[in-house]
Design a protein. Structure first.
Ligand code: UGA
Length: 430
């Protein structure tokens, strides 16, 4: 099995490192946040990700996975070094590549023999060239190396499953030399492997995420037409999705996409396209539809309640999607901010994201259960489609509310059932 290092223990790095160890590789995960390293060394997991804790525990115990604060130690250990550091957006929508650059310099300074340096962080096309140039410059020992682009397609909330059973593995190279090793690293995962040049690999990532966002904005635009025409968006999505060329996935109308990937990647892709001489108006419209979808939902709440000021509103769901505690760019946060601006009193519940939300929300009441968030509320707003919300006892929910009004931003309930139970129920596109 291979000796690997993963630099950066965020979502991508930690899950990737743990899953590499799970299939038998020997992995050192490196982070410059020494508190995080100490936490991981003590058996703690800094993020909520189903299945991750067991895998980490098992592989640490088996001696295949360890944590370090030193890039040099990671590089000494490894035949292949994976860069998994953040690539945050800059105010103009372009990508801040300074973490990638800094880590690359440190790796270059520590290389002694032939080493494969893999970029897994999401980067604009042509970053690989810069990484190679940087290594050449700072690699004082003149050791041999290859740069590989190997984008990650894991989703938060099912990252372990996505990594263990990927749809595809993309390997971008500029020579044949690293291909055998890269294939050996991924062989245990039993997925189709695409070997291509570095710019194509980099593009596959941005193009895939942008296409998925486009699908979401398309169905959200259709939801507006459904509302205006009396059609039902669920039936439209079902009817479209049965066409194998289209597929039902990512055609769920709702509050729009959020999270740390789609918003950032769209901006980045538009920006790099512009630098390459293409005005990607299509993707700008995808962004605009996404923003309008949220504003339309807030307006529905305002129209329903007439006056929002001083009203108590329960909010269910804070994370940007279910099965994660991540609240970054969460539509729920934007809905809450808009309602707070109008003077509403907000009481919230989320199955996993309460701690992360506490760090960013102020002036809201954090409740222990969904029923508590609904208690005394003039309206209940659903922002995230956690499956446990679908199991709520709706009679009980209605009995604790001041007014039985539910505004569902994720279409998790059946409108006929809600009506039968006496709710005023407003959802998206139906
Ligand atoms: C996304 C991609 O799906 C991954 O393949 C990719 O690796 C990842 O970005 C990344 O670049 O790292 P993620 O951001 O974890 O993964 O979440 P998704 O499951 O894609 O959902 C994104 C957003 O779209 C969520 O806010 C979700 O609620 C929304 N969404 C998704 C919809 O509004 N409708 C849908 O039908 C599907």
């Amino acid at each position: 099995m291979a000796k690997l290092s993963v630099i950066g223990t965020g979502y991508v790095g930690l899950v990737t490192g743990a899953c590499f160890a799970e299939v038998g590789h020997h992995v050192v995960c490196v982070d410059n946040d020494l508190k995080k390293v100490a936490m991981l060394q003590a058996g703690g997991i800094p993020i909520y990700e189903p299945g991750l804790e067991e895998i980490v525990r098992r592989n640490v115990a088996a001696g295949r996975l360890r944590f370090s604060g030193e890039i040099a130690e990671g590089v000494r250990h490894a035949e292949v070094v994976f860069i998994c550091v953040p690539t945050p957006p800059r105010p103009d929508g372009s990508v801040d590549l300074s973490f990638v650059e800094r880590v690359t310099r440190e790796i270059a300074g520590a290389i002694r023999g032939y080493c494969i340096v893999v970029d897994k962080s999401t980067v604009p096309v042509k970053t690989g060239e810069k990484v190679a140039e940087t290594i050449r410059r700072y690699n004082k020992n003149g050791a041999d190396f290859d740069v590989v682009s190997n984008p990650e397609f894991l989703r938060e909330g099912c990252a372990v499953r996505d990594l263990m059973k990927p749809d595809r593995i993309v390997i971008g190279v500029s020579s044949d030399r690293p291909v055998g090793m890269m294939k050996a690293v991924y062989e245990p995962f039993d997925a189709p492997i695409i070997v291509t040049d570095i710019p194509s690999a980099e593009l596959i990532k941005h193009a895939s995420n942008s296409f998925l966002a486009l699908k979401i904005s398309y169905i959200n635009a259709l939801s507006v037409i459904c509302e205006a025409s009396g059609a039902n968006i669920e039936d439209v999505a079902h009817g479209m999705g049965l066409d194998k060329r289209i597929g039902r996935a990512f055609l769920n109308a709702g509050l729009g996409y959020g999270g740390s990937c789609f918003p950032k990647d769209l901006s980045a892709f538009i920006h790099i396209a512009e630098q390459l001489g293409f005005d990607f108006k299509l993707l700008k419209e995808v962004q605009a539809i996404n923003a309008r979808q949220l504003q339309r939902f807030v307006k529905k709440i305002q129209d329903t309640l007439w006056i929002v000021k001083d009203k108590t509103i329960g909010v269910l769901g804070l994370s940007f999607k279910p099965d994660t505690d991540d609240v970054r760019h969460s539509p729920a946060m934007d809905v809450i901010a808009a309602l707070q601006k109008e003077g509403a009193k907000i009481q919230v519940f989320d199955p996993k994201a309460m701690d992360k939300a506490r760090e960013v929300l102020s002036g809201v009441t954090f409740c222990a259960t969904a029923y508590e968030a609904a208690t005394g509320a003039e309206a209940l707003v659903i922002c995230t489609d956690w499956s446990e919300f679908r199991q709520l006892d709706l009679e009980k929910l209605r009995s604790v509310m001041t007014q039985p009004i539910v505004l569902d931003g994720r279409n998790i309930f059946d409108p006929a059932t809600m009506k039968r139970l006496g709710f005023e129920y407003i959802s998206i596109g139906r």
